[in-house]
Design a protein around this ligand. Sequence first.
Ligand code: GTP
Ligand code: MG
Length: 275
Amino acid sequence: MGADNTGGNMGEKADTEMAENPFEPYIESLRQKVEEQDPVFLIGIIVALAVIVITCVFLKYFLTSKTVRSAVLLVGLCDSGKTLLFSRLLSGKFKRTQTSITDSSAPYKPKTDRGSIWTLIDLPGHDSLRPQYLEKFKSAARAIVFVVDSAIFQKEVRDVAEFLYVLLTDAVISRNTPTLLVACNKQDITMAKSAKLIQQQLEKELNFLRVTRSAALSSQDGSMGGGLYLGRRGKDFEFSQLPMKVEFLECSARGSKGEEGDADIESLERSLAKL
Ligand SMILES: Nc1nc2c(ncn2[C@@H]2O[C@H](COP(=O)(O)OP(=O)(O)OP(=O)(O)O)[C@@H](O)[C@H]2O)c(=O)[nH]1
Ligand SMILES: [Mg+2]
């Protein structure tokens, strides 16, 4: 009786195990099949799996490489205030500046709890130096702070737009889509134009430039267009059509109290904290 009971219990146990692992028979038959296979075939399968894993790791690296880019570039025409902004962002201090002839960089800690540290890079604005420095740093850009002198914007609008056009139609920049912060600087000067007006005027000017530039390109090489097209075809240009995040903000690296007082750059600092 006792033995019967035990046998009955074991049978129940086996039934429960079968119920818990319904794939057992399949795994067993797969194991037998694998054992019967040619070892060369098995090595082939292992190599194929290894290739798939390595490809996935590479893809993940390339797709998330935005996190690797850590440079914040200060660009803009000569005298727009890049070097003073560089000093104010890093130390808060006013500094007398001279036209930059080379780049300078320093680690910048944005005002956020996330603990990120970016490399702030001040680029020279002079026409003859601009292209080579842009070339050197563009692929590392996480963000581009495009500094505009709002006080003489009306006079410089064409030059500002031409520089922006070069940046925005650059293949590397449009692929990496760094955040574009247009810092409308020198707001302490009474004649300074507002960020809103500067945005509207630049949209108009870029709209005009993209017509003339693509016409020039197509007449040069006989093709239609050629380079990257700015914005959406068939629509007036707007910054919202760009693939990257664009923000226009007002600031004053000098500040309303002059050399002794603080700068008025909170809006820029807030945007840099969101990168
Ligand atoms: N009023 C006023 N002057 C400013 C402001 N920011 C910069 N400046 C002055 O503008 C002049 C040029 O500033 P920089 O910082 O040297 O300009 P930059 O963009 O570095 O110029 P480059 O190095 O030639 O490309 C300096 O005399 C600054 O003191 C500002 O917000 N308000
Ligand atoms: Mg400078």
